[in-house]
Design a protein around this ligand. Structure first.
Ligand SMILES: [Zn+2]
Length: 611
């Protein structure tokens, strides 16, 4: 797998200054040892967003947002990790280095240049198609757009063009760049090696990425030939599973509160023409979880638009199933069913914007659609039907993340079936799919959800959360990595405590890492465990007001005290273990010796004397 090289990420974080990066986006004000601003992630009048230059870490005590410089770019610009890396590298004038199986791949500059060349070529080809639309040969295409009520301005906004009815329109115009045309998916190559234009005699809809660069094309025929729609194949810059048509244009809307998901290019364009500018479409595929994650980074409200026929219902149900695992109390997913035989394009032209908005108003919330759909098939007047409803609903509700939203749906199921609420909850918990921790997107999402929970908790308990000694050690190490030296000799004892204390493993990893790389700071530590199951732990332990605000006086002594408590835990644990064993079987001589050595240690430690 090609991935960004670890050293490259570390190098970026080490060279970036979080204060400088954030100050491009927010007016930071110096306040004591920190910089503060009003938080960009929640509404507030007095600043509770604080940036710590020494730790290269930001945090907000209002909403719990926190992280390092990359987290900030991801959250603030709504981009994913890789995009954030590129953004930061761009700001610092550095190259992003990739590696594959530990080997550096193609020099990043060469790769960027090659991609750059493809992007440029795609843009030139889009201009060429747009120009073709103005020629006499495109009369039928213009008529087609006119019939759909699409004016020139809207067509230009979406860069609509026309591919002439020729085998070599693009091929001849860009003759010197034939290889690049092939890489960009614009040519088809036969087995005999003959190359010709992929798009011929079609209206062309350029597909843009998040930054507005042309990455591919979709083409629609003007007659009855097949296929009706044709897309570019997957290329180095175009990945169907995460591309969304109209996404770039929709994102220009401010404020952008909701998105409408429709099925085709023309639906998107027609809605924009009729003042519904926030519609997007997937590219001939069903909406995937990846699509939804991209969408939910931007808005909480999504309306799916489907035809009111059987195929439409089936597609809607599939979309519902995809949404379930991403639902929470904040997100609002609805399903609008249009009159049979209509798509958004034809409907809005027929009834106008206001009536169309009414259809959207009547869209069914996900929970209604879910139960309506099931109740259409299951008669709950009979006991057997109610039992069946529980069986069918169980795996669906089990997909929902735990939380208020899931509880409300279980309650609804309880009302419908009269099966005891607690019983239902247990049944659904048993049906819960096991999450694989190796999926980095899912892990990150989980971390975010967990952080949302943590932040509410921290607002209430900030500064007086009860922590175990191991948790306190983790906290102090995250904030003052230099302390790790003092913890080296406790390593083996912590490893024994793993069976007893879930946090012991993380403490071990932390001690090990910091002794190997002593000059890390909190920002780098965040990065080190990003996308792993430990990520939520870091955000949880990093957010500690007293540690973030001022350095602790005599922190070494404080830390040593905590280490003593951990040792005490270890002695206690071993002592109890050996005691229990001695009741079942004879101890070995070395165990006996350990046992007798432990007894006095226990009392000494518990009196606060170091062993
Ligand atoms: Zn905040």
């Amino acid at each position: 797998m090609v991935r960004i090289a670890r050293e490259c990420i570390d190098d970026l974080i080490a060279r970036a200054d979080i204060v400088e990066v954030i100050s491009h986006s927010l007016p930071l004000r110096k306040a004591g040892r920190h910089f503060v601003a009003c938080c960009p992630f929640h509404q507030e009048k007095t600043p509770s967003f604080s940036v710590n230059a020494e730790k290269q870490f930001y945090h907000c005590f209002g909403c719990g947002a926190s992280g390092n410089v990359l987290s900030f770019i991801m959250e603030y610009q709504h981009v994913d990790f890789v995009e954030a890396i590129h953004e930061l590298a761009g700001q610092l004038g550095m190259n992003v280095v990739y590696e594959e199986d530990g080997q550096k791949t193609e020099s990043p500059a060469a790769r960027t240049d090659r991609h750059l060349a493809i992007y440029q070529l795609l843009q030139h080809v889009a201009d060429y198609y747009a120009h073709q639309l103005t020629t006499p040969a495109a009369a039928a295409a213009r008529r087609y757009l006119e019939q759909r009520g699409i004016d020139q301005q809207t067509a230009q906004k979406f860069l609509v063009g026309f591919a002439p009815d020729a085998w070599d329109g693009v091929l001849k115009t860009f003759a010197t760049q034939e290889t690049a045309l092939l890489q960009a998916g614009l040519l088809v190559e036969t087995e005999q090696g003959r190359r010709y234009d992929r798009f011929r005699n079609r209206v062309i809809f350029p597909i843009l990425d998040q930054r507005g660069r042309v990455i591919a094309f979709g083409g629609r025929v003007l007659d009855d030939s097949k296929p009706k729609y044709l897309n570019s194949p997957e290329t180095a810059v175009f990945h169907k599973s995460d591309a969304l048509y109209g996404w770039y244009q929709a994102r220009q809307q401010r404020p952008l509160e909701r998105l409408i998901i429709v099925e085709g290019y023309l639906d998107v364009i027609a809605l924009a023409q009729f003042d519904v500018p926030h519609a997007i479409a997937t590219l001939g595929t069903a909406t995937s979880e990846t699509h939804l994650r991209i969408i939910f980074r931007q808005v909480d409200q999504v309306i799916f638009c489907f035809d009111g026929d059987d195929a439409g219902y089936k597609a809607a149900w599939r979309a519902l199933e995809t949404c379930l695992s991403l639902m929470n109390g904040k997100r609002d997913v609805r399903f609008a069913f249009l009159p049979q035989g209509d798509d958004p394009d034809s409907l809005i032209r027929r009834v106008g914007t206001v009536a169309f908005q009414n259809y959207l108003q009547q869209a069914k919330p996900l929970s209604h659609f879910l139960f309506d759909h099931l109740l259409k098939r299951i008669d709950i007047a009979q006991l057997e039907g109610r039992a069946r409803l529980v069986e069918v609903a169980k795996p669906l509700l089990a997909k929902l993340p735990e939380g208020a939203y899931q509880t409300l749906l279980v309650q609804r199921l309880n009302e419908l079936t009269q099966v005891d609420f607690k019983k239902l909850t247990t049944l659904i918990q048993d049906a819960q799919p096991k999450h694989s921790p190796s999926d980095p997107v899912a892990v990150r999402e989980k971390g975010r959800e967990k952080r949302e929970k943590i932040s509410t908790r921290n607002i209430i308990h900030l500064g007086r959360v009860n922590r175990t000694p191991i948790q306190m050690a983790i906290q102090l190490l995250l904030h003052t990595p230099a302390l790790a030296q003092r913890a080296e000799d406790i390593y083996s004892q912590v490893s024994v405590l793993i069976d007893k204390d879930g946090d012991a493993e993380f403490l071990m990893l932390l001690i090990e890492l910091l002794n190997r790389q002593p000059d890390m700071h909190l920002g780098l530590l965040c990065e080190y465990w990003r996308g792993t199951p430990y990520e939520p732990l870091i955000s949880e332990y990093a957010l500690q007001e007293n540690l973030l605000q001022q350095p602790i006086v005599n922190i070494e002594a404080e830390f040593d005290g905590i280490l003593t408590q951990i040792k005490q835990q270890y002695y206690q644990y071993r002592y109890e273990l050996l005691l229990a064993k001695s009741r079942l079987a004879a101890l070995t001589p070395s165990e006996k010796q350990e046992f007798f050595e432990l007894a006095p240690l226990l009392s000494r430690v518990s009196h606060g004397i170091k062993p």
